[in-house]
Design a protein around this ligand. Sequence first.
Ligand SMILES: Nc1ncnc2c1ncn2[C@@H]1O[C@H](COP(=O)(O)OP(=O)(O)OP(=O)(O)O)[C@@H](O)[C@H]1O
Ligand SMILES: [Mg+2]
Length: 470
Amino acid sequence: MSWMKTSKLISFRLPLAVCLLTSGLLYCFSFLIEHSFEKISIQHNVSELNSVIDSIERELVYYSPDENRDEFIQNLLLILTGHHRLFVYVIDDTGKIVYRTRGPNLAFAKTQIDFDAIIKNHSTAIWNQDKASYRVAASSVVIENGKKYTTIAAVGRDLYIEFIHRLHDGLGLLIGIACILALIGSFISIYFTQKPINRLIKKIEKINLKSLNYRIPTSLVPIKYVSLVKAFNHMLNRMEDVFQRQRNFTADIAHEMRTPITNLTTQTQIVLSNARSTNEYREILYSNLEEYEKMSQMISDMLFLAQADNRQLVPNLIDIDLHNMITMMCEYFEPLADEKNIVFNLEGNCSHIQGDKMMLGRAISNILSNAIRYTPENQIITITLSQVSEKRIRIIIANPGKKIDSKHLPHLFDRFYRVDESRHRNGNDSSGTGIGLAIVKSIVETHKGSIYAESDEQSTRFIISLPATI
Ligand SMILES: Nc1ncnc2c1ncn2[C@@H]1O[C@H](COP(=O)(O)OP(=O)(O)OP(=O)(O)O)[C@@H](O)[C@H]1O
Ligand SMILES: [Mg+2]
């Protein structure tokens, strides 16, 4: 539901953001265009005004209007030919008008603009008159006879102003249209992007504990989402596996508990059916005690695994001399091994490691007791210690015996997994409950190590890799 809300929010916010971004960019773009156009037009006006003024001053110097007025006017007219909406006003130092073009009265401009400053700075000014706008420039020149002439020139800006207005309106319209198109475009693209996602969400929402085996078909989504669907299906695989194991685990516990309880009930019923001697009662109680011990062991193993699952196993780290520890364990198992005339052979050595002595002892003894159980008589169990690197050690426990099929190897560490299914649950004392190796794995992983098994015709090997320090 919250995804739906988020997606709705995105479908409105995103087009809005795209729209704002587009208009912002276009606005900057139009600002730049207008600005550069204004700059170019000013440069153009200024150079036109300067070139006309320069030419007029040259004629003033050459002809001296007082002496050759006709030639001067004739040349001045030639200078002005081809200059559209350009006006000039030439006066001498007494204020007498030497020449003025028809059009705006530039004498009036003299009263509004500080021409002295313009002449001094070689600058121009804007002059607005009768709803028209002009750029004006001025210059003074002193000719040979000592007379001073001032030339004022003005060029109309109306065309430029109109062009700018049109450009402004056009760009404004463009921004508006672009915004609407961006809005529509992003709505459409969001709609098409979200459509497969919404389809996916509907499928995912239907998955529950009963339909954990359902996998989303990759054909449901476009190619860009295929890896997402694959990853999701992968997660479903893992979840289904965990749930399946959980179910099997519960079923296995129930089964394992039922067998000893059934045995106890049957035995008790038989004993109660007739009067027995004290010795017979004692015998029965001893046999019951064995079942109780088995159950108690199994319950404590289960608790241990539950703690490991919940990451509650905190190893009590101390410095351990593995060679010494394993030697002592072999001595402990010697009487059991002697029954089958099995010998232990401890090879190699490694540095001390940091670990929990009780836990590691339990792990090694689980493997050793398995090894004794599955080794034929008169054989040798070999334990090899080696230093893989400065920070890593390896323990290999190898025992001769029947080869374990490779399909079983990855499952040996699963709870209640036994290779020979027929041997367990039939009350055969030599078979265990199938928890031993699961405990070994939990202990090794609690020590940040790893374990795996190999098996061939010669031997079955359990290979443990442990870090020297956790
Ligand atoms: N050294 C070995 N050689 C051959 N098979 C082995 C060896 N160790 C373990 N297995 C196989 O792996 C299975 C699982 O071992 P695990 O120690 O977990 O259970 P178990 O020995 O049957 O019972 P438990 O240890 O709980 O008393 C065993 O049932 C056995 O089939
Ligand atoms: Mg075992």
